[in-house]
Design a protein around this ligand. Structure first.
Ligand SMILES: Cc1cc2nc3c(=O)[nH]c(=O)nc-3n(C[C@H](O)[C@H](O)[C@H](O)COP(=O)(O)OP(=O)(O)OC[C@H]3O[C@@H](n4cnc5c(N)ncnc54)[C@H](O)[C@@H]3O)c2cc1C
Length: 400
């Protein structure tokens, strides 16, 4: 007598794609863009990712390839070499997801730094700066970093001390920055400097050439595991022409705020994508690994643990969908983005931890994407604002 196959044994594809709940905002145009980024990752990143992960870096040539494939220009004006509307966050979200599909942000950290560093140059820079900086960065020939954090602290950006003093037609900059992604290979540094006392009210934005006399850079020790081009920057009497002040003097902090929303949304997309990477590997493993005479997934405690992780991931995606819808409708839900970034990071930390757990010792034998995601999960809890800072921001926005 033939038996019906057990429905669970049909093993539906709970892979990276199968684990993404459908989003109402994803159109055929979004899908086409996602396929394009995926092809870039599969062709130009995946074959080398193990070596790049070990080195904590990748060759500069990847910037030019990414430019050709449209990754660098995403969300920037067409007239300057960009494409696809910045007003629709969906494209960036899908790009960040695809760039984390290998379970590592080692490429994304440097390749997408201009997403936050370049907009002030686009929006506040002169046509001459557009030609000198924006076009070459979007073409992959030059690189720009976002230099805000200082050795004395990053959370309280309004307390920064790097000083710019006027001298004739120039500014003279003294001070230091640290933990700056892509600093070691940047040609330009979008730098927050103090031009007056008074907290956030005395901060301005200067575009500093990394090769200028008085600028020195050093890799941040201990970050080699993540990105070897993350660096500390020292400014010693660096002369910056007045034309490289972006926007209004002492109002630079306000110009930075939209960038933080972009960074947080990218983090949400990255962490949820990495959660799916972990889940997909854990589920595949639990479907084959046998203990006590049955597959791991046939043990109720294991199944429940996996369902719990899927539930957390889906809940965060539903919240992300709501944020996307609100942004597409012309709103900027700052409090929700801040809270969701915390939620998504915690989701990844939990998913990475529990997936590692389910793999047992195999997680430590190399080659597992979960292991990479686990190592990198912590960074997402810092970049773009730590949990406490984002909770405070959300509380202020909600007028607690
Ligand atoms: C890999 C990596 C890449 C980065 N890339 C960049 C970059 O490209 N550009 C850039 O400018 N910066 C970058 N950063 C820096 C990052 O933005 C900062 O690490 C972050 O803002 C936190 O600042 P901090 O490390 O100085 O911690 P601190 O500000 O010293 O905070 C330490 C701890 O205290 C907590 N804390 C602070 N204030 C409060 C409070 N009021 N109440 C309760 N708790 C509090 C914080 O949440 C944190 O847990 C990067 C960091 C890393 C690790």
């Amino acid at each position: 007598m033939s038996r019906e196959p057990d429905a669970r044994r049909a093993d539906p594809p709970l892979d990276f794609d199968g684990l993404r709940p459908p989003s109402p905002w994803i159109t055929p145009a979004h899908r086409a863009w996602r396929d394009r980024v995926r092809a870039f990752v599969d062709t130009h990143v995946a074959p080398q990712i193990a070596a790049w992960d070990a080195a904590g870096s990748f060759p500069d040539e990847l910037y030019r390839v990414a430019a050709r494939e449209g990754i660098l220009g995403l969300g920037f004006p067409e007239a300057l070499g960009g494409h696809l509307p910045d007003a629709d966050p969906g494209y960036r979200i899908l790009a960040a997801e695809e760039l984390h599909r290998l379970g590592t942000g080692v490429v994304f950290a440097d390749l997408a730094t201009h997403w936050i560093a370049l907009p002030p140059v686009v929006n506040l820079g002169t046509p001459a700066l557009h030609d000198e900086v924006v076009r070459p960065v979007l073409a992959g020939g030059k690189r720009i970093a976002f230099a805000v954090t200082e050795p004395a602290g990053g959370s309280d950006a309004s307390a920064m001390t790097t000083q710019a003093e006027p001298r004739g037609d120039d500014w003279v900059v003294n001070g230091s920055k640290t933990l700056i992604s892509g600093a070691m290979r940047a040609d330009y540094l979008l730098t927050a400097v103090r031009t007056a006392s008074g907290g956030a009210g005395g901060i301005s934005l200067l575009l500093i050439d990394a090769a200028d006399p008085g600028v020195t850079r050093q890799p941040v020790p201990g970050l080699g595991w993540y990105s070897a081009s993350n660096g500390a920057i020292e400014f010693r009497n660096v002369v910056v022409p007045a034309g490289r002040l972006l926007g209004v003097e002492n109002r630079g902090f306000a110009s930075l705020l939209p960038q933080f929303n972009i960074e947080r949304l990218s983090s949400v997309a990255a962490t949820l994508a990495m959660s799916r990477v972990c889940l997909a590997e854990a589920i595949a493993w639990c479907r084959t690994r046998q203990t006590f005479g049955k597959r791991l997934i046939d043990h109720q405690a294991v199944r429940h643990r996996l369902v719990d992780l899927v539930r957390l991931t889906h809940a965060a995606y539903a919240w992300l969908d709501q944020c996307v819808w609100r942004i597409q409708s012309g709103e900027m839900p700052v409090a929700d983005i801040a809270m969701l970034k915390v939620q998504a990071t915690r989701t990844l930390e939990r998913t990475a931890r529990d997936s590692m757990h389910l793999l047992g010792g195999a997680a430590f034998t190399g080659g597992s994407r979960i292991e990479r995601a686990y190592r990198e999960a912590r960074i997402f809890a810092l970049g773009g604002g730590t949990e406490e800072i984002l909770d405070d921001l959300a509380a202020r926005q909600m007028k607690f």
